[in-house]
Write a protein that binds this ligand. Structure first.
Ligand code: SF4
Length: 364
């Protein structure tokens, strides 16, 4: 607790991680390099789909609310930009999630390429649009999970996984059989379908979804998804159904780590305070203190927006403080805030294929 009131868990660790302004935001590097025979990789993806039983999902893809019906097995790409071939840009210890996720040891983050949402202000737009990735087989992905566990990761953190859920479920089953024992975190923008999330029932321990907008206007303007709120609310309901209780453990060094639970994130955008209040109101009214809410202030313009001038500035500290005050007034007790003023820069990992060494390169 801090003197700010009931929104909790702003420990000194917060200040050491994302919860303090991050350092360099410029460490990005596109690394699409060697090319491998695309026919061979496509054939491998087809064989895997047969072996692990997700041919139907990949040959007529409706995994997310975009409902593209893309034949990803044949190499077609839907809105997410991805075929049936898993692609990832980085698999490494990551220290910039909420303290109970990252801890001192770090979260074992696997950053997948592509995204069904593609927000205009995305900080990871290079990989969201499909760049800087390597092709990874299901077995290789399973090996990556085990390697991150061996490196001491607190958990496996699946970042933007929606469009690869069947492949990830198969990889998680394989790695569980081989001794994966740390929690699995599903880290998503929440443009999801409950029926897709059901494929992960029993495989995911911690859900880390966003709830970005309550109103269709900003959802359309910034993410081209006017149905976002409806879809995200259905997805979060399924997440809470699967993981209804938050469970923490305390380490010998006094760290509080989440083992199970749901943390919903909300990023305050410039000019969107009213929408943010609606988001918080909905979450608290629906779930009370069964879930944790993380209110984020780190919005950083990643480019100049000619047509969306409001996105060319950061959020003022006072505006963020007022949103936190309104969360406290609502009665939100389980939460995270970012202290120390709004972010001056945001952290963007280096998309250099770290953790994917020895994995075949992507073809396109
Ligand atoms: S996962 Fe990709 S291909 Fe499938 S429906 Fe969503 S955007 Fe379309």
């Amino acid at each position: 607790m801090t003197e700010r009131g009931a929104v909790v868990d702003k420990t000194s660790e917060n200040r050491d991680g994302l919860w303090k302004t991050q350092g360099s935001g410029g460490e990005r590097k596109e690394t699409c390099g060697d090319r491998e025979d695309s026919g061979a990789l496509r054939e491998r993806a087809v064989q895997e789909a047969r072996r692990f039983g997700y041919e139907r999902e990949m040959s007529d893809c409706t995994l997310c609310p975009r409902n593209c019906h893309a034949d990803r097995l044949s190499g077609q790409r839907g809105y997410c930009g991805q075929t049936a071939q898993i692609t990832a840009a980085r698999a490494a210890l990551h220290y910039w999630e909420e303290p109970c996720i990252s801890g001192k040891a770090g979260s074992g983050a696997v950053f997948f390429c592509g995204c069904p949402l593609r927000c205009v202000f995305c900080q990871n737009s290079l990989i969201a649009s499909g760049g800087a990735g390597k092709a990874v087989s299901v077995e290789e992905l399973s090996g990556i999970f085990l390697r991150l566990q061996a490196q001491g990761a607190n958990n496996i953190n699946l970042v933007t996984p929606t469009h690869f859920v069947p492949q990830i479920a198969a990889a998680l089953r394989l790695s569980r059989e081989k001794g994966l024992g740390i929690p699995v975190v599903y880290n998503t923008g929440s443009y999801e379908k409950a029926e897709t999330l059901k494929l992960l029932d029993g495989l995911v321990d911690i859900y880390l979804p966003d709830l970005k907008y309550a109103s269709p206007e900003p959802a359309e303007r910034y993410s081209h998804a006017p149905d976002y709120f409806e879809a995200a609310c259905g997805a979060i309901a399924e997440m809470v159904r699967q993981v209804p209780e938050a469970v923490f453990e305390e380490t010998q060094t006094g760290e509080k780590r989440m083992k199970r639970g749901v943390i919903v994130r909300h990023l305050l955008l410039p000019g969107q305070s009213m929408d943010s209040r609606r988001v918080l109101h909905y979450l608290h009214e629906t779930y009370g203190n069964r879930i944790y809410i993380s209110i984020m202030n780190q919005y950083t313009p990643m480019r100049h927006f000619e047509d969306l001038p409001e996105l060319n500035r950061r959020v003022r500290g006072k505006v963020y403080e007022r949103l936190v005050d309104s969360a406290i007034a609502l009665g939100i007790e389980n939460g995270f805030i970012q202290e120390g003023g709004t972010a001056e820069e945001s952290f963007v990992p280096l998309w250099d294929g770290t953790g994917l060494e020895g994995i075949s390169r992507r073809t396109d």
